[in-house]
Design a protein around this ligand. Structure first.
Ligand SMILES: CC(C)(COP(=O)(O)OP(=O)(O)OC[C@H]1O[C@@H](n2cnc3c(N)ncnc32)[C@H](O)[C@@H]1OP(=O)(O)O)[C@@H](O)C(=O)NCCC(=O)NCCS
Length: 176
């Protein structure tokens, strides 16, 4: 399939409360989306939803680099940098170029806002996603694997963090 046809007429907007049901249906993890739109906790995240008509094509989150070790290391300590996380395309829609399109959109929006680096963490076992990021020009951060946290949200409007290790990839958004 022509990969561009998968995203013809698609939109990529910040998630609103009214989107939560559709997102929960597409991805599960309802509580994650509720927590983000209701802005629980000290987070400064932006959660996006990709749609094509009534169909959900994907989601992605942008936020600050929470891990001190990463935030304070070069090159991220010297230049505005944003963490990209929770990239997901619903299983029936995968392999059609949608993940590639979401990443390209996020990169150009971040560059337009003068962010220099986009940074992300990926599970060591997630070879498919790593292939996607390498193909898009991401490079492995030398300090990988990084000890980070897997955050779970609870109905009581609280959250808990569990330690997790991930590989860090990043991309310089400045024009070559
Ligand atoms: C990773 C993900 C977002 C990619 O979305 P997508 O729409 O399928 O991506 P694309 O169609 O643009 O594929 C681009 C490339 O991704 C790579 N890729 C991604 N997932 C893959 C998988 N499961 N198996 C093989 N290759 C994969 C391939 O290199 C592919 O390029 P190719 O088709 O030319 O070989 C999607 O597979 C997904 O939602 N996975 C589950 C959640 C996840 O792992 N998110 C990443 C967290 S770091």
């Amino acid at each position: 399939m022509d990969s561009r046809s998968a995203v013809v007429g698609a939109s990529l907007d910040e998630v609103k409360e009214a989107d939560v049901d559709a997102l929960a249906k597409a991805f599960g993890e309802r509580i994650y989306f509720v927590a983000q739109v209701q802005r629980w906790g000290p987070f400064d995240n932006e959660v996006f939803v990709a749609r094509q008509g009534e169909d959900i094509l994907g989601t992605v989150t942008l936020g600050p680099i929470e891990e001190k070790e990463l935030r304070e290391s070069e090159p991220f300590s010297k230049h505005p940098s944003r963490l990209l996380s929770h990239l997901e395309v619903p299983p029936p829609q995968r392999g059609r170029g949608i993940g590639t399109w979401i990443m390209a959109e996020m990169e150009s929006r971040l560059a337009a806002r003068d962010f220099r680096y986009v940074v992300l963490g990926v599970d060591e076992s997630n070879e498919g996603a790593q292939r996607l990021y390498r193909k898009l020009g991401y490079q492995a951060w030398a300090g990988s694997p990084l000890r980070t946290v897997k955050r779970s949200f609870h109905e009581s409007c609280t959250w808990g963090d569990e330690p997790e290790y991930c590989l860090v990839y990043y991309k310089d958004l400045s024009p070559a």
